[in-house]
Ligand binder design. Structure first.
Ligand SMILES: [Zn+2]
Length: 177
């Protein structure tokens, strides 16, 4: 084979490599597109859903509090004075968040707890909105806004989890037979 023939072969192999690379990148971008159109994406054990899903599932009031970090008017929530035994779950995803055993009357107009139901129930984030430094409480299952936690609660923890009723759903304890 003369040098011209080798040159042509070389060019052809470069071209086919480029063509292959382009084809591959097209395929992955298509796959990526398919991923984002899915309504539910799982990240580890977390469930991530899009706004359209939450708007359909939640009432406008719940959506405002849970997904837009709103706050219900003090004293307006259905669980402020609730005394029933049971587990307070996330109104968005159903994860167990607080036990009625740790609920106390804070006099604030919002359901208050001195401790979450378990270590992986809620997570917290710094919230510097409204010209104040507060600690936001979020559901660890779906990332929905629940309320805030303050350091002026009762013993044994000294914590006050100030939570919107709209973010909660009480699963009453079954009466033991
Ligand atoms: Zn949740």
């Amino acid at each position: 084979m003369n040098w011209q023939g080798r040159w042509v072969l070389q060019r052809m192999s470069i071209l086919s490599t480029v063509a292959l690379a382009v084809a591959c990148s097209q395929q992955t971008s298509q796959e990526r597109q398919a991923d984002t159109t899915e309504k539910e994406t799982t990240m580890g054990d977390k469930v991530v859903r899009d706004d359209a899903y939450w708007k359909q599932k939640l009432t406008p009031e719940q959506y405002h509090v849970l997904r837009e970090k709103g706050t219900e008017p003090a004293g307006s929530g259905e669980y402020v004075n609730a005394k029933q035994s049971g587990t307070y779950t996330c109104a968005a995803c159903g994860k167990a968040l607080f036990s009625s055993d740790t609920k106390f009357d804070s006099g604030t107009g919002w359901p208050s707890f001195w401790q979450p139901a378990g270590e992986d129930c809620v997570r917290t984030e710094a919230d510097n909105s409204l010209f104040s430094r507060r600690t936001e409480v979020l559901c660890d299952g779906c990332g929905s806004h629940l309320g805030h936690v303050f350091g002026d609660g009762p013993q044994p923890t000294g914590q006050r989890y100030c939570i919107n009723s709209l973010s909660l759903k009480l699963a009453p304890k079954e009466d033991a037979p």
